[in-house]
Write a protein that binds this ligand. Structure first.
Ligand code: SF4
Length: 199
């Protein structure tokens, strides 16, 4: 089985609770107006990776407490994503999954593998990005309709503490000059930050 990826960050602090491997899947059929990652929409872009090889790669990372699936739409390839989620969870890692669908839609109309992905997720962050509801006051989410749904007890204690978790931006500069920014920041704040860097 193969999983199609756009990007993989082995040790991120900005995509959910604690330090996590961030798995940016390639392909999104939801296509929200104002999506921050439209280059992850095309299901034929990115690259395919063998799911078992990928699981091994994740399990060899030291110091992470879990894996976050985002992108892209994880439920568009729920068979492969649930396979990876189940395997890493068996080894004690937690799973956070973002989706532009709602949990009700997945439960009512989803496939067996969609439901399987729900079963192998500790924290689901659901709902499409809605431009008119843009709001960065809560961690990891971009609009006020998006919800944190605790599907296991793993992060349940976090529920009343969410408002105290600040959004962060990570910037990685690679030796070949590539720059990768990950996290959540409003465009105006990002512009101010870049202006500070270049002045
Ligand atoms: S579901 Fe996520 S990746 Fe897909 S269009 Fe909406 S914000 Fe973008």
């Amino acid at each position: 089985m193969e999983i199609r990826l756009n990007n993989f960050v082995p040790d991120s602090d900005v995509d959910g609770p604690g330090r996590r491997a961030s798995v940016f899947v390639q392909g999104c059929s939801i296509r929200c107006d104002g999506c921050a990652t439209p280059w992850m929409w095309d299901e034929n872009a990115g690259k395919s990776v063998d799911a078992d090889v990928f699981v091994e790669r994740i399990l060899n990372i030291h110091g992470i407490e879990g894996v976050t699936f985002l992108g892209g739409e994880p439920f568009d390839q729920s068979e492969a994503v649930s396979y990876v989620a189940k395997a890493v969870r068996k080894k004690g890692l937690s799973v956070v999954t973002f989706t532009g669908r709602t949990i009700e839609n997945i439960q009512e109309t989803g496939s067996i593998t969609d439901v399987d992905l729900l079963k192998n997720t500790d924290l689901l962050i659901d709902g499409p990005f809605i431009k008119t509801l843009a709001d960065d006051s809560r961690p990891w989410v971009g609009s006020s309709n998006q919800r944190y749904i605790f599907l296991s007890y793993r992060y349940k204690a976090l529920e009343p503490l969410l408002s105290g978790i600040a959004n962060k931006l990570e910037i990685r500069i690679f030796p070949d000059g590539r720059v990768f920014a990950n996290g959540l920041i409003l465009t105006d704040d990002l512009k101010k930050f870049v202006m500070k860097l270049i002045n």
